[in-house]
Ligand binder design. Structure first.
Ligand code: AMP
Ligand code: GLY
Length: 423
């Protein structure tokens, strides 16, 4: 089959790379893609927010399957538009994408179905929010209901900080309409795990776990980022815990969504907090994580394209037998532009990518472009995802960091401790 992947980051590079190796995949196209993706797919200059343009592209190419990478086009309804045009699509409908697109929707859904998550209340009025914050005390968590590019969450250690965050969100100054409704919730203590399931209505295929490193600095210090690296599987995940998560969170979510008329087709990415009372849901994303996706794609075997097609068509049961996650460990080290997540320079030249892409390491491009004179240059905050897979984390980490050291990019940096929680 011919496949169109929508997106341009490291996640999409990893998806294209894995799809291209699938027995049932003839060609991969990507919109808009990036210079790294060009090595495995044909890239087309259509932006992820141009839904009509994307449908027209899929029709022109005659693709058999569309795979949507980022959340924004899903929340905007790209999967509905593709399906309306008769194109099989891996990605949830606009209605089902509310699990990520609206925290108020997610929390109310969890309350209706009595699923494990932090206690919460939703607000549009500042005075009512302040009163709730005072009544609950700190630490407490304040979130924009709408999408805020990963920046809409404040974990406040004091009630003053929580009120300030609530005020800023509700005023619309920082997050626009995404913040005019906020969710204030109980602070949960524990270690976080990312968990992934390929879903097709009420059926699903567990894909496994990963752990992200959100802080910019070694030892989990400094400001939050989109993710400075990840490893898979997460050290805390056990078969028993996976069963518990599937039974108490994933399956009831799919059953509830289907019962309410919003069946979910796509990947469900659960951000879980492992609390003393068991796993609780922090958030859902309706797409793969970035850089978690890179670590998952390194470990997959079998015909991944066939699995995604089966999920898109509601025939997941048939595809499950051809699929497996290897008993391996993978690591992805993100190389970012100096200054990230604050201000950083674009356009700096990156060399050594060919040498880096050897000895078992793969360099996924996240924020790169080709300059007029043919160089690969940095074009974003998170720029590369240097990835490796091995029998244990230690080896995977050594292979990934050896590749990082072959990249010649003085204006870039990375954390040196990805996977540190695993001894
Ligand atoms: P979210 O986008 O909801 O995953 O929130 C971003 C980050 O904020 C999470 O990865 C957690 O580290 C933290 N966080 C969110 N909700 C809570 C909570 N209820 N308790 C503690 N930390 C949280
Ligand atoms: N790495 C976290 C995310 O993709 O949301």
């Amino acid at each position: 089959m011919n496949i169109l992947v929508i997106g341009s980051g490291g996640r999409e590079h990893a998806l294209c790379w894995r799809l291209k190796q699938s027995a049932s995949c003839k060609a991969v196209h990507c919109a808009p893609g990036n210079p790294g993706i060009e090595s495995v797919a044909t890239c087309h200059a259509v932006s992820v927010d141009d839904i009509n343009g994307l449908v027209a592209l899929a029709q022109k190419l005659g693709v058999d399957l569309v795979v949507v990478g980022p959340e924004a086009p899903l929340v905007a309804g790209v999967a509905d538009a593709m399906r309306a045009a008769g194109i099989a699509t891996f990605g949830p409908s606009k209605a089902a994408a509310q699990l990520e697109g609206s925290k108020a929707f997610l929390k109310d859904f969890f309350a209706r179905h009595k699923l494990p998550t932090a206690a919460y209340k939703t607000f549009t009025d500042a005075d009512a929010a302040y009163a709730y914050i005072d009544a609950m005390g700190a630490p407490i968590v304040v979130k924009t209901s709408g999408l805020a590019a990963g920046k809409g969450v404040t974990v406040a250690m004091t009630t003053g900080e929580a009120k300030e965050a609530a005020r800023e969100m509700l005023s619309g100054a920082l997050f626009g309409d995404a913040g005019r409704t906020i969710v204030i919730e109980e602070f949960l203590e524990g270690e976080e795990i990312s968990y992934f399931a390929i879903c097709s209505g009420t059926d699903f295929l567990p894909l496994g776990s990963a752990q992200d490193h959100k802080r910019v600095g070694d030892g989990d210090t400094g400001p939050n980022t989109g993710g400075m690296g990840a490893y898979s599987p997460a050290r805390l995940m056990t078969p028993a815990l996976e069963k518990l998560v599937n039974e108490t969170i994933i399956q009831p979510t799919l059953d509830g969504m289907a019962a309410e008329g919003n069946p979910f087709h796509g990947v469900l990415f659960a951000g879980l907090m492992m609390t003393k009372q068991g796993p609780k849901l922090l958030e859902y994303n309706v797409r793969f994580g970035d850089p978690e996706c890179q670590t998952l794609m390194m470990r997959l075997t079998g015909d991944f394209a066939a699995v995604l097609m089966a999920a898109a068509k509601g025939q997941l049961a048939d595809a499950k037998k051809d699929f497996s996650m290897k008993d391996t460990h993978s690591v992805c080290v993100v190389m970012a532009a100096t200054g990230y997540p604050g201000a950083y320079k674009k356009g700096t030249v990156i060399r050594g990518l060919e040498q880096a892409n050897t000895d078992g390491a793969i360099v996924f491009h996240a924020g790169t472009k080709r300059s007029a004179d043919g160089h690969i240059v940095a074009d974003g905050g998170r720029v590369l995802g240097v990835s490796a897979v091995a029998g244990d984390v230690k080896t995977a980490r050594a292979v990934a960091y050896a590749a990082v050291d072959r990249v010649e990019w003085p204006e870039g940096f990375c954390r040196r401790d990805i996977g540190w929680r695993v001894a």
